[in-house]
Design a binder for this molecule. Structure first.
Ligand code: NAI
Length: 351
């Protein structure tokens, strides 16, 4: 496998975004592999400094490459990370400036929603560039907020994981959900409908209590959610939810959630494996969003999205089985499978 196509070492180009007039300050990271142009959402979040934002963009772009590869999408990984201004700002002007930056990349990067951005923000970007998805769909076409597709893929993966790891269905299973934003809240509604018990936490207390009323969930503090008594832990907030300490104290037997980059470090996967906890790799279970976004960008219909999202759970089932047979973490098995897809794409390139 050449260096260029080993996701850990392939080049990541970082484009600096800086427009003091609008408050735009951030990065677009493009992971250069032979899968295709870089695709991945735009995160709008508070970062202590530019270096943290840049590091997050690079990490997230690499994760997107693995995700796109395993989902069979013709895209490499990309990510935009924009620092939320501390002072008042004009949101339209900021996303117009971001849209101009996307336009300048001329299709090398395709953006969409991520944490902190909405369909309305992407409509502003679309006024500047056509390389954006997650826009209101036209009849029969793919499009719109990708979160419900993400939640569906996570939910169906959890069903498979619970069946294989716990030998039961979701009825009566306790799921601890960390972060109840767009995906987390949707996931909670699906779990509630399937008879699961919910324990939830979010830094936004009002959002958390409002949802708790709707789905009969118990609310705990954000510092408690990872160690509560539960069968499943579902990280649906930001990355790095599982560090070594969290992994050593986790009581759940299955981890399955929407957040990107859940493992703070690679050695966390080994701790989970040693403790008999089944970890379903984030980028495998949360591919529903990018599946929707890429179908929209490629002009496919909504039926395509449903078919591809329905393919996530069987992929998860195969992954759990192979990992168990080989006594390895599903995280390592998934990485290997994604790297093979990327290597195959490299071989298809003209010499
Ligand atoms: P969101 O911004 O709607 O929700 C995130 C929620 O997490 C917010 O309610 C926020 O208050 C909460 N939160 C932040 N820090 C927290 C903490 N320390 N403890 C508990 N709660 C905390 O974002 P969204 O769209 O629901 O995404 C959630 C995760 O899933 C992100 O990591 C995102 O990258 C990932 N993801 C989302 C996709 C989508 O389609 N929206 C697709 C694939 C991945």
């Amino acid at each position: 496998m050449s260096d260029r196509n080993t996701p850990q070492t392939a080049t990541v180009e970082c484009v600096r975004l800086y427009d003091p007039a609008s408050g735009l300050d951030g990065y677009i990271a493009l992971h250069e592999t032979d899968l295709g142009p870089a695709a991945g959402g735009c995160r709008f979040w508070s970062y202590a400094n530019g270096e943290d934002a840049k590091a997050d963009a690079v990490r997230l772009a690499r994760g997107m490459t693995y995700k796109n590869a395993l989902a069979g999408l013709p895209f490499s990984g990309g990510k935009a990370v924009l620092r939320r201004p501390e002072k008042d700002f004009d949101r339209t002007a900021l996303f117009e400036a971001f849209g101009r930056a996307v336009a300048q990349l001329d299709g090398r990067y395709v953006t969409a929603e991520d944490v902190g951005t909405s369909v309305a923000d992407m409509q502003v970007v679309a006024s500047m560039s056509r390389h954006v998805a997650g826009l209101p769909p036209e009849a029969g076409c793919a499009g719109g907020d990708p979160s419900p597709w993400t939640a569906q893929g996570v939910f169906e993966s959890m069903q498979v994981g619970v069946a294989k790891a716990l030998g039961r269905d979701l009825e009566g299973v306790t799921v601890a959900v960390q972060g109840v934003g767009n995906v987390g809240a949707d996931l909670c509604h699906r779990l509630h409908a399937a008879g699961a018990r919910l324990v939830i936490a979010d830094t936004d207390a009002a959002r958390c209590f409002a949802l708790a009323k709707q789905v009969g969930a118990s609310v705990v503090g954000v510092d408690q959610i990872a160690s509560v008594e539960a069968d499943v832990f579902a990280p649906c907030a930001l990355g790095g939810a599982l560090d070594l300490e969290v992994a050593r104290n986790l009581r759940a037997k299955l981890v399955c959630g929407a957040a990107n980059n859940q493992l703070a470090t690679r050695d966390v996967a080994a701790v989970l494996l040693d403790r008999g906890i089944v970890y379903l790799p984030d980028y495998v279970v949360n591919a529903g969003g990018i599946i929707s976004v890429s179908a929209e960008y490629l002009g496919e219909d909504a039926g395509h999205v449903g078919q591809r999202v329905a393919g996530i759970a069987p992929r998860v089932a195969a992954l759990i089985e192979r990992a168990a047979q080989e006594s390895r973490s599903p995280a390592h098995v998934a990485d290997e499978m994604a790297e093979q897809v990327i290597a195959n794409a490299r071989e298809l390139q003209p010499a």
